[in-house]
Design a protein. Structure first.
Length: 295
């Protein structure tokens, strides 16, 4: 092992040993390399984690065990493959890949490792943050249309029809499903006119949008807990690093979970609700970290 890599690994181990006393939660790094590792999420049974990494020169999709062992590269090409999300049955992964300057959604079969494109209308440009609904009837994602309006779209997996459920002249991103599939949680600048990001939830049946955060900070990357009672998210001020927070699904009882000067983002709940994955900036790179919320 090269001396620089060995030193980096030692620093990560030292950090993981002492960070519980810094945060009040048991925290440790699951990845320990000199590439960037981001956008991690669990399999439905919590045994595996998928994520993106540029450790081999460009962004590719990887998987590893829940403890960080057995890290495996799943995609192999010269494109930028990013933001993976599993199908509810665990058999495949949806992710973003670039074709020139455009982004397309691809589906990766985890058994054969073959990919295919998910067809979208030409007027949908750069689909981002795609997520399956809990029963896989829909894929939610954010994108712009040809007149530069921002949308949260739903793609029907049976009919392949697409509909816009939230739209604005200001950015809307990062749809995440409630466990019952009735609501989406997103972040947007629609009410602040680009001053800062705020978190909203949208009830699909009632077609009702409810704002959850009300403060002059950037509040973004929300993720619903598996019991539907909590939402983890990120808060940061301009020119400061972001931290992981948690609140009730109503927006009440905000609680800060991380206290790291280097910055933390992209939270994701474990299926049992006892821990969170997140992306933390550690010793010069982004790494996949985890905090334990319960014994």
């Amino acid at each position: 092992m090269p001396p620089t890599v060995q030193l980096f690994s030692i620093l990560c181990i030292i950090y993981s040993l002492f960070c519980p006393f810094i945060n009040g939660y048991k925290e440790h790094c699951l990845t320990r390399n000199q590439g960037d590792n981001r956008y991690a999420s669990y399999s439905s049974d919590g045994s595996r984690i998928i994520f993106e990494s540029n450790r081999d020169g460009n962004w590719e999709i990887y998987a590893m065990d829940k403890n960080g062992l057995n890290q495996t590269r799943l995609t192999h090409n010269d494109k930028e493959d990013r933001r993976p999300s599993r199908h509810p049955d665990g058999s495949k992964i949806i992710y973003e890949s670039n074709v020139g300057e455009q982004v397309q959604l691809l589906l990766l079969d985890l058994k054969t490792l073959k990919t295919r494109e998910i067809p979208l209308p030409e007027w949908v440009t750069d689909p981002l943050f795609a997520k399956y609904s809990p029963k896989a009837e829909f894929i939610a994602f954010s994108a712009q249309d040809s007149i530069q309006q921002y949308h949260i779209y739903l793609l029907d997996q049976t009919t392949l029809e697409i509909q816009s459920v939230v739209s604005s002249a200001y950015k809307i991103h990062y749809p995440n499903w409630s466990p019952d599939g009735r609501e989406l949680v997103i972040f947007s600048r629609m009410d602040t006119k680009n001053a800062d990001d705020e978190i909203y939830k949208y009830h699909l049946g009632r077609q009702q949008l409810t704002r959850l955060t009300f403060w002059p900070k950037h509040n973004f990357c929300p993720a619903w807990s598996m019991d539907g009672k909590k939402i983890a998210y990120v808060t940061s001020m301009e020119e400061t690093r972001p931290e992981i927070y948690m609140m009730d699904a109503s927006g009440k009882n905000q609680q800060r979970l991380t206290h790291n000067e280097a910055g933390d983002t992209l939270p994701c709940w474990a299926p049992d609700g006892h821990s969170l994955l997140f992306t933390g900036y550690r010793q010069g790179n982004f790494q996949i970290c985890q905090i334990k919320l319960a014994p």
